[in-house]
Ligand binder design. Structure first.
Ligand SMILES: [Zn+2]
Length: 320
């Protein structure tokens, strides 16, 4: 009993006399928004979420978390849907029907043309009694998506933005395929997909943007102010075989519909698709800087009034 009574005194004493631990000092350097960004990854990649495999309790928990964050930010569902969820189903390679759910919301812009900002929230679940937490893959993309949603809620965008947290990417881009097959908005209004998948783990400060090989018109928007992050253009030349990432995450579903895309991601790392892809192993400072740089690039694009002209699209619509 005495020990417990003494404890507050000891803590108080140590606070006054001992220097603050290094960790606390680091934490103080993070702004509120940065702490939220990290918290979103930490929660979604915690063991309680059981690796967020499509169709499991962990995936359901992830949906609840993302939906609650959407609500907290004040995002509206897409008008054609009654809520945030878009349900779909597919058959896996054993012929079993699996149900998935995308979580979608939108922020109306000053015009009706749409940019879809996406990240998948599912991962591969539990294997051999180990939780594959998927911190980088892809709690990081979801956390950045939430950060951007919050930013644009407070800073009205020119383009209408759809925030799409896709399910079942790990089972073959199923959520994004369902989205473009049964789009809750007119597909021709979608001018660009910006997809994020693994943006928090790179020791060299390198983030790749894939898509400008096919859409070189987008290159001019890659102006960022943070020298600590190298945004490299690449992994999108079809001649490079498996090094071409064009169809390796959800942007591939948009590409299949000839919708321009940018995919942000890092090179595979030692924890890729391993149980060690955990919160403690992501590069926190890199992640914060990467998310900010992506937001800068999205802002550069959003300032462009005429995406039609970027993609040299024939004017299909009558002048209004
Ligand atoms: Zn992924």
């Amino acid at each position: 009993m005495k020990v417990y009574l003494l404890l507050p005194f000891v803590v108080l004493l140590s606070c006054n006399t001992v220097k603050k631990p290094a960790q606390a000092q680091t934490a103080q350097h993070f702004s509120k928004a940065e702490q939220q960004l990290l918290k979103d990854v930490e929660v979604l990649s915690s063991d309680a979420y059981e690796g967020r495999k499509t169709g499991t309790k962990g995936a359901e928990m992830a949906r609840t978390y993302i939906s609650n964050r959407f609500k907290q930010i004040g995002l509206k569902p897409i008008p054609l849907l009654s809520g945030y969820e878009q349900v779909f189903s597919f058959r896996n390679n054993k012929g079993v029907e699996i149900f998935g759910k995308n979580i979608l919301a939108c922020i109306p812009g000053k015009n009706e043309e749409i940019i879809v900002i996406s990240a998948h929230y599912d991962h591969v679940g539990i294997m051999n009694n180990e939780v594959y937490n998927g911190a980088d893959d892809n709690a990081s993309g979801i956390a950045a998506l939430l950060k951007f949603a919050e930013y644009y809620k407070n800073n009205k965008p020119n383009y209408t933005l759809i925030f799409a947290a896709f399910d079942a990417e790990e089972m073959g881009l199923r959520g994004s395929k369902a989205f473009v097959e049964k789009p809750p908005v007119a597909l021709e209004k979608i001018k660009l997909n910006i997809n994020m998948d693994m943006i928090s783990h790179n020791d060299k400060g390198e983030l790749y943007a894939c898509g400008t090989y096919k859409y070189p018109e987008l290159k001019k928007y890659f102006i960022t102010t943070d020298p600590k992050i190298k945004v490299l253009l690449g992994h999108d030349d079809p001649k490079t075989g498996h090094e071409d990432w064009t169809n390796q995450s959800d942007q591939g579903s948009f590409n299949a519909k000839d919708i321009p895309f940018i995919y942000f991601g890092v090179e595979d790392h030692k924890d890729y698709h391993k149980a060690t892809d955990e919160f403690q192993n992501i590069n926190k400072k890199f992640f914060i800087d990467a998310a900010s740089s992506i937001l800068e690039i999205i802002n550069n694009i959003d300032k462009e009034r005429n995406l039609k002209s970027i993609f040299r699209e024939k004017l299909r619509m009558k002048k209004q």
